[in-house]
Design a binder for this molecule. Structure first.
Ligand code: ATP
Length: 441
């Protein structure tokens, strides 16, 4: 029988990672004689959901197991969840769901909504009951949402892979010892089959996260072979406890599904809007750039934050009248202040002419004339010529920005954001075959 195991919300800012639990379970489930029918799935849910600690990731393991082993499998899953969750953290509310058989369309739909919006715990519980799933929710059990959603996202459309390697306990919390030069060499050798290994501008290594979690590194790519080969190229100067290749919706824009009217924007939802730039972009304290966009239904401030680096240059170079498509997440700005759209991507659809008005040139000596006051005409300082009928000249400036798609640099992209290099490289479906080496041990 086919068994789908969803897991979520086991970690806290102090440590842990639901993918690590997934990796532990790979070893335990294989030891029990189950067979994996897919790579473990790492499903990123709505990145704007207010309850997330970091990347809003949930995990699903899909196995075939003999019916008589099911009870034991459930026992191992629930035990591992209890042992490996940080239950002391207020915001950690672990959940595990076990579904037998094919994934029902209702659960798929639930997953889409959890990725592109917000869902309620009651809905998850109702679906779990309806399909007779086994489930364990600890504390408030909010993790049941992510666990069920991970089961429901079967990744039959675009997807990518991430090889995640984990540290031994004594090293967790310490500096990650991965040779940076080897990461750059690996990046050169494997791009575009891997992506976002490094940030080219700052030369920062991006495969190693920061923080006390057990993840040593993660390599993202288009195929399991590519991430495995890339991993072999690295010089790692600390022991690796285990690693596993995940199949994932990272880098696919899965959260950015719907174009909204500005009037329909809802806090904590990802959104795409199309509209016209209404004012000169403003740079506010902290270096953030704000773009006011309107679409006939309403107006909204779109923000490019300081960490988005040069992306802000593009935003700053827009002028009123430009037509744009903005991709991002809706943030509540505080009581009574409406919402802001945090920009993840910007498409410049149409550039308006950028016009400046200059004082006229003196028809006698060619020098720029100066105004004699409002409606009084112009005079030339050099030769003294006065012209009451002269007016300002309209000059159309060359635009520094072109129509096209713009993204923040890799260091500022979200897990789900589809990088530029992935356009035209989308993966379709999964043939059910796993490469030999997809996990260790
Ligand atoms: P990770 O560290 O693994 O990347 P995270 O720590 O950021 O993820 P979780 O610990 O998984 O996030 O916490 C997110 C919580 O919010 C979970 O309990 C999950 O069930 C819930 N959740 C996720 N997406 C939604 C959503 N769209 N609507 C409602 N609740 C959600």
């Amino acid at each position: 029988m086919k068994v789908h195991i969803g897991l979520d919300d086991t970690d806290s800012p102090r440590g842990g990672c639901t993918t690590y639990l997934g990796a532990l379970l790979v070893e335990r489930l294989l030891a029990m004689g189950t067979e994996f029918i897919d790579y473990p799935n790492l499903i990123r849910l709505n990145p704007n959901a207010p309850w997330k600690t970091r990347g809003n990731g949930a995990v699903c393991l899909r196995v075939r197991c003999p019916p008589e082993a099911l009870e034991k499998v459930e026992e191992v899953i629930f035990e591992t969840l209890e042992e490996n969750s940080d239950l002391t953290c207020k915001n950690t509310n672990p959940g595990a769901v076990i579904h037998v058989g094919d994934v029902p369309p209702e659960v798929r739909k639930f997953a889409r909504r959890a990725i592109t919006g917000l869902v309620e715990l009651e809905e998850a519980i109702a679906l779990i009951r309806r399909f007779g799933d086994s489930a364990l929710g600890l504390k408030e059990g909010r993790g049941l949402i992510g666990a069920l959603a991970a089961i429901g996202e079967v990744l039959d459309g675009d997807h990518t892979y991430e090889l995640l390697a984990y540290r031994t306990p004594e090293n967790r919390g310490k500096r990650r010892r991965v040779d940076a030069d080897s990461v750059f060499r690996m990046d050169d050798a494997t791009r575009p089959l891997t992506f976002n290994n490094v940030d080219p501008q700052t030369r920062r290594v991006l495969i190693t996260p920061r923080g006390p979690d057990p993840v040593l590194l993660g390599i993202r790519g288009e195929t399991p072979e590519a991430v495995y080969e890339a991993f072999q190229m690295l010089i790692v100067e600390e022991p690796i406890e285990r690693w596993v290749i995940y199949r994932t919706n990272q880098g696919t824009d899965a959260h950015l599904a719907n174009v909204s009217r500005i009037a329909d924007l809802r806090p904590h939802y990802p959104a795409i809007i199309e509209g016209t730039v209404l004012e000169e972009p403003r740079t506010i304290q902290g270096g953030h750039v704000i773009l006011r966009v309107g679409d006939g239904s309403g107006e909204v401030d779109c923000a490019a934050y300081e960490p988005t680096g040069d992306f802000r240059r593009v935003v700053r170079s827009l002028v009123p009248g430009d037509v744009v498509r903005v991709y991002g997440g809706v943030r509540l700005r505080g009581e009574g202040h409406g919402v802001t759209l945090n920009m993840e991507k910007l498409e410049v659809l149409h550039l308006a002419p950028k016009v400046v008005y200059e004082n006229p040139l003196c028809p006698r000596c060619g020098r720029r004339m100066e105004s004699m006051g409002r409606g009084q005409g112009y005079r030339c300082r050099r030769c003294g010529l006065r012209r009451r009928d002269a007016g300002k000249r309209e000059v159309v400036l060359k635009r520094e920005v072109r129509e096209g798609l713009y993204l923040p640099p890799p260091r500022a992209q979200r897990h789900l954001t589809k990088p530029l290099q992935r356009y035209g490289r989308e993966n379709r479906g999964f043939n059910g075959c796993l490469i030999d080496r997809w996990h260790y041990p």
